[in-house]
Ligand binder design. Sequence first.
Ligand SMILES: NC(=O)c1ccc[n+]([C@@H]2O[C@H](COP(=O)([O-])OP(=O)(O)OC[C@H]3O[C@@H](n4cnc5c(N)ncnc54)[C@H](O)[C@@H]3O)[C@@H](O)[C@H]2O)c1
Ligand SMILES: [Zn+2]
Length: 349
Amino acid sequence: MKKVHVAASTKEYDVTVGSGLDYGVLLKEVHAPCKLMVVSDDTVFSLYGEETLKSLREAGFETFHFVFEHGEKSKTLEVAEKLMIRMIEDGITKTDLLVALGGGVVGDLTGLVASIFLRGMEFVQFPTTLLAAVDSSVGGKTAVDLPNGKNMVGAFHQPIAVFCDTDKFRTLPEQTYAEGMAESIKYGIIYDAGLFEKIEKNEITDEDLVIRCVEIKAEVVAKDEFDKGPRHILNFGHTLGHAVETLSRYTIGHGQGVAIGMAVLSAAKLPGSEAKRVLSVLLDRKLPVKTEFELHELALQARADKKRHGDLIKVVLPVSVGEVVLKDVSVDEWEEIIREGTEKVSKIM
Ligand SMILES: NC(=O)c1ccc[n+]([C@@H]2O[C@H](COP(=O)([O-])OP(=O)(O)OC[C@H]3O[C@@H](n4cnc5c(N)ncnc54)[C@H](O)[C@@H]3O)[C@@H](O)[C@H]2O)c1
Ligand SMILES: [Zn+2]
């Protein structure tokens, strides 16, 4: 079991990573027994719900649970409202705790509710996907989607603790695990060539992978909790990735979109040999590296991106494996970068 300390300006907390974690014992170390509302989706709850409630009860917590249908389609204000109504019915108060048991969808929705219920309460994250472990459970971004855009309603609200049990990854479908790997590869490209190499050579355990990715995220978040500048590097591959996700009407998953974004930008901007390494590591993990969507449509989607200011879009471009730069580009320039990258991806493959 290892820990990473996150020193955000609004809250400091630890991310504990290990195999076979006892959630109840760990939670009791950071919070006195209280009422807990455990939020999960149907898939995760059927696998881990009962054992989680049992461990929490044995540690002295009084447990309640709220389970919704799995998938991005549930990350809505409607589901958040149902959860809050249930919390009132179950007598949950401001000094109790919310628990997010699941992937990024459960974590984002639970975190948002924690930020607004009775003007704010504390919550903890028990991530069960690799993506949630390396990315969404840490850093305090919470959100739900609107019909016309992902993550359009949200808040910054840090958890008081994150407990990541890597044993939970064993039941992940291959593609869901691969999507988490896409976000992990992202940390290698933006920050740590050594991490990239370990992933490339398959020389890293899940526990060490989560620890290193969380260390990087914690460093970046500590510099820029509210996403005003440096934190934008975490968005590498995401502007194009979000466009692909949206145009596919979310049939292409978040991590797959990010993989396509990283592949296209790496092909456009990195020397041939480095671009090839990026494409190979993605293809090895059965992640996609190109899209059939029309370039102009993809570029136009960036107009809806939250990272836009005026007519310019803030994009993250790779310089080498391990280093990226932030750049403001027009939609036309963006389309040109995507065109160049898409052509080169086809040549490299
Ligand atoms: N807040 C942030 O900083 C941040 C960062 C990245 C992504 N996100 C958000 O995270 C979401 C994607 O996260 P995700 O990929 O974890 O999605 P998810 O929560 O939908 O999980 C993916 C699927 O895996 C299932 N699942 C979860 N854990 C499982 C397990 N251990 N065994 C078997 N099945 C399991 C879920 O039921 C779901 O069907 C998106 O909504 C994205 O916007 C947020
Ligand atoms: Zn992401």
